[in-house]
Write a protein that binds this ligand. Structure first.
Ligand SMILES: [Zn+2]
Length: 455
């Protein structure tokens, strides 16, 4: 007797199995991309250690340091970084376009520019197959410093600040160069950070000139220290800094925020949430901390020039800093050893934060562009209406919403290839909403907060 009430066609064991497998694989593929796990697995702590060591061994990489020596100073460092990107490119039949981008900064530009200096960045572009002019950027810094910001001769190994971010950027290029992407990925080594964010500014000027469509910037600055000056040791906590709204917003946008919301929903914040979400899904052992501010209190980093120009950009970094190991002359004082030396860098941790970057670069570069326009409506109605501009290359869209006090997009609904949708029973006043485009392969764009009101 057959107790099971399966339909006749499923009674055959093979059919049943096939049916179950199909269900299982559909459920899985709707949520995760196996390539992302491979990317995480391929990031190497050993290679990062090797690169941080090489960078630290240039003695100093101060922006004003020697450029002629083959072994010491920022000139030797940037030539090595460029050669390293070229080597990676040779391993993928020339998939990286490697070049310097440089600007002459004149003496006296600020008090940290004590002589005329060429601020030279290294740029490696992995060109997208479908959207070559759309760019997702990962950056680290080439330069380093000691206690006196203008001391360009003393040993400044800058192992954590910021050889770690630079080595992570090189490693991400190694791992991702094995794949092809729809959008372009830029791996950046920036200079002049410690002297006043000059390298980032130069790159932004170039991007504007060339009309780059920038998805966003992941600025990595200090991704290797796990022992905080606060006594906390954690190899899973890390911070994602993002400013609330762009400084370039118009008066109209500012006014709209007052009546329709969006105080914590600028483009950089959406990028931060994107990273946070991917990490939660693919690296559940990590503890990503969304920090609702541009950067640390009163301090700066190389995502800011991008933000200044209206581009999305976030800072990814360790959660527990150690100030005795940043911007310090190497010395022992009151039994504390000061200095940003190799011994303080945790390469397994730098590997994890590199993987955080790599998986987000990949999923954004695999995803279609986000809808440009998103309209919202539903005043005095028991439903929320959304409408958005069609994205060529999207197979569908994901509507996200969350409580007004929640930092993350907690609710979502996938809709097929339509350009408007009504969420019945959802009262607009009580939530915040956004739309992401979803590609054929399941990759999602960044969420777009509504930028207009439905009349
Ligand atoms: Zn620094």
């Amino acid at each position: 007797m057959d107790k099971c009430k399966l339909p006749q066609y499923l009674k055959h064991t093979n059919m049943r199995l096939t049916w179950l497998l199909l269900l299982f694989s559909t459920a899985l593929s709707a949520q995760t991309d196996p390539r992302i796990y491979d990317i995480i697995a391929n990031v190497s702590a050993e290679r990062i250690e090797k690169d941080v060591t090489t960078l630290a061994n240039f003695g100093t990489r101060h922006t004003l340091s020697d450029t002629l020596s083959a072994t010491r100073g920022i000139g030797a460092a940037r030539r090595w970084i460029k050669a390293e990107f070229q080597k990676i490119s040779e391993g993928c039949t020339g998939c990286l376009e490697v070049a310097y981008q440089k600007d002459l900064v004149k003496k006296g530009e600020n008090e940290r520019i004590t002589k005329d200096v060429w601020v030279v960045n290294v740029v490696a572009i992995q060109r997208g197959t479908k959207y070559p002019n759309r760019y997702i950027i990962m950056s680290g810094d080439i330069d380093s410093r000691v206690s006196d910001p203008n001391d360009f001769t003393s040993d400044a190994p800058g192992a954590n600040d910021n050889a770690s971010g630079m080595a992570g950027t090189l490693e991400a290029a190694r791992v991702l160069s094995k794949y092809t992407f729809e959008s372009s990925i830029v791996y950046l080594g920036l200079s002049g950070e410690e002297q006043g964010l000059f390298g980032g500014q130069g790159l932004v000027n170039m991007a504007k000139e060339k009309n780059w469509d920038i998805i966003g910037v992941f600025n990595n600055d200090m991704i290797g220290n796990i022992k905080g000056v606060d006594g906390i040791i954690s190899n899973t906590d890390f911070r994602i800094f993002s400013e609330p709204v762009p400084p370039t917003e118009t008066e109209r946008q500012r006014n709209m925020r007052r009546f329709y919301g969006g105080e914590v929903d600028g483009i950089s914040r959406q990028l931060a949430r994107y990273v946070h979400k991917n990490v939660r899904v693919y690296m559940p052992e990590m503890n990503p901390m969304l920090i609702y501010r541009l950067d640390r209190f009163g301090r700066g980093g190389h995502h800011r020039p991008f933000n200044d120009a209206g581009y999305a950009g976030i800072r990814i970094m360790e959660a527990h800093e150690n100030y005795t190991q940043q911007h310090q002359d190497i010395r022992v004082e009151n039994e504390i050893s000061y200095g940003d030396v190799l011994e303080h860098v945790n390469f397994m941790y730098a590997k994890k934060l590199t993987a955080v970057n790599a998986i987000n670069l990949a999923s954004l570069a695999w995803a279609p562009p986000a809808p440009e326009k998103v309209w919202i409506g539903g005043m005095v109605a028991p439903a929320t209406k959304l409408k958005w501009s069609k994205v060529a290359g999207a197979k569908g869209y994901k509507i996200y919403w969350r409580d007004t006090t929640s930092p993350t997009w907690d609710h979502s609904r996938y809709v097929e290839n339509v350009t408007d949708f009504t969420l019945q029973g959802i009262v607009i006043d009580n939530y915040l909403f956004g739309i992401a485009a979803v590609g054929e392969n399941g990759s999602e764009s960044v969420v777009v907060f509504p930028n207009d009101i439905m009349k």
